[in-house]
Design a protein around this ligand. Structure first.
Ligand SMILES: C[S@@+](CC[C@H](N)C(=O)[O-])C[C@H]1O[C@@H](n2cnc3c(N)ncnc32)[C@H](O)[C@@H]1O
Length: 377
């Protein structure tokens, strides 16, 4: 698999995160190449252009355009970290890079804004609202994506919130959408964060735009909530916490424990923070960690880990992140500690769990999901 992106801006060695030996996927797509080629052919950027890049997957755009000292905005800790690593690998100056998480507002307006269309339309909608004040009448805006990911709703949102669009021809199944900012429209209200009720506990759950199962409680999560551990020890982790509802239920059940909420999405962590605040006016012992799973945890530092693993990363599907989370959990659990996992039946998580832990018990199942418990020997 080719790891070297060749574009008019140069040649760049690029890797994805999480790092996988024998990874068959590239760290960029044809839309990145199309965009970089187009920017060079049309000489769109000037040396003093203020450049914003949104939703760059693993830093291909930021590396290609490092000369313009880009601001790079993303909801993904993994994307930010991959961008830092790819800057270093290509001997680019990290001081030229300004990384912003998806809930932080930029400090300036931009002359050029490049946006990769994200998988979640709600995230796109949020970003169009969030960034409109940072456009001016002459801002050059280019949205890019693979044709299969560009539904009619992408155009509708761009036109409703930013302004009229014009499309390029498709090249290698990728397309560019050019947007002219229009400030005469009355902007609809930014609908995020949105909320749903969880009446069983009397909670109102806040969800920022990019959060898993943002509109209602996921049926798998509901099943997991019915089968949480009865005993857990002092240090508990909600791994891949999303809006934090699983960790909140654990905090309620084990008030003396400390709960660590871990996710790679900044919006997930911000939602979990908002939600945990409603548990008790005095606050609960909790921390909120943006990371690649448990990579920042010390070995043997936790008594119980509960996880509803992700089954896709951006536009690609796979169980590699789940597998990584299981291996990390084995390292981070103390002897006797428990990993509790929910998965779709067809994913066969018990095979990998048994391989890693040497044991794996099925605690519950229904037509769609299975819940497993593994103990660190
Ligand atoms: C299936 S969702 C579960 C969310 C929540 N626990 C629930 O049950 O509603 C999986 C979560 O894992 C997060 N995630 C994906 N890759 C991750 C990684 N490498 N490290 C940490 N979290 C990750 C996603 O952002 C997502 O919030």
């Amino acid at each position: 698999m080719d790891k070297c992106l060749s574009v008019p801006q140069g040649q760049f060695q690029l890797q994805r995160l999480p790092f996988l030996r024998n990874d068959t996927l590239q760290a960029w797509d044809a839309a990145d190449e199309y965009l970089l080629n187009h920017l060079a052919e049309q000489a769109i950027l000037k040396p003093d252009s203020r450049l914003l890049i949104v939703n760059d997957s693993f830093g291909a755009l930021a590396c290609g355009l490092s000369a313009y000292q880009p601001t790079v905005l993303s909801d993904s800790w993994l994307s930010h970290q991959a961008t830092r690593i790819n800057f270093q690998v290509n001997q680019l100056d990290l001081n030229e890079l300004n990384l912003l998480d998806s809930l932080t507002l930029p400090a300036t307006q931009f002359d050029c804004l490049l946006i990769k269309v994200p998988k979640t339309l709600a995230l796109l909608e949020y970003q169009l609202h969030q960034l409109k004040p940072f456009l001016h009448a002459d801002t050059q805006i280019i949205a890019a994506g693979m044709v299969k990911n560009l539904s009619a709703n992408v155009w509708k949102l761009l036109e409703k919130i930013w302004g009229p669009t014009r499309s390029s021809l498709a090249v290698k199944k990728a397309r560019l959408i050019f947007v002219r900012p229009d400030f005469s429209q009355v902007l609809p209200k930014n609908p995020y964060p949105s909320y749903f009720d969880y009446p069983e506990m009397g909670w109102r759950i806040a969800n920022h735009a990019n959060v898993f199962s943002r509109e209602s409680l996921d049926i798998g999560t509901r099943f997991l909530l019915q089968h949480l551990p009865e005993q857990a020890g002092a240090d508990i982790i909600d791994l891949g916490c999303g809006n934090g509802i699983v960790g909140m239920a654990l905090a309620k059940r084990f008030p003396a424990a400390k709960i660590s909420f871990v996710d790679e999405s900044y919006m997930a962590l911000a939602s979990a923070r908002l939600n945990v605040a409603q548990l008790s006016p005095e606050g609960v012992a909790a921390d909120f960690i943006a990371a690649n799973g448990l990579s920042d945890f010390a070995k043997q530092s936790s008594d119980c880990i509960v996880c509803n693993p992700p089954f896709h990363q951006q536009h690609s599907v796979g169980d590699h992140i789940a597998w990584q989370m299981f291996k990390q959990s084995f390292q981070v659990l103390r002897s006797g500690g428990e990993l509790r996992v929910i998965g779709n039946r067809h994913l066969n998580y018990h095979l990998s769990l048994k391989k890693i832990f040497g044991n794996c018990h099925q605690l519950a199942s229904n037509a769609k999901f299975v819940i497993f418990s593994c103990r660190k020997p």
